[in-house]
Unconditional design. Structure first.
Length: 89
């Protein structure tokens, strides 16, 4: 899986992104196509569950924006599940 964010950081390029706490796939779909390098789906400060996060990640497919998820809790099982649904970090 290609990670454009890592490539840009390794080249010393400036990267721009934002946090998303609105739990709807339309939000990440639109934001991921506005030129952001990364989006963080914020599970810690929003009520969204894993299924919503997965839909939001799927909505970013086809964009050049790197999806990152901040899980609800610092728990190994939750982190593994977030990575399993295609978060890059």
């Amino acid at each position: 899986m290609k990670n454009l964010l890592k490539e840009k950081l390794q080249k010393g390029e400036v990267v721009i992104g934002t946090f998303v706490s609105l739990g709807h796939p339309d939000v990440t779909e639109r934001l991921s196509r506005l030129g952001f390098d990364w989006l963080v789906i914020d599970g810690e400060h929003s009520p969204m569950g894993l299924e919503t996060m997965q839909q939001m990640l799927q909505a970013m497919n086809g964009s050049n924006c790197t999806p990152i998820v901040r899980p609800q809790w610092n728990d190994m099982v939750i982190i593994k599940r977030v990575l399993d649904i295609s978060a890059h970090g």
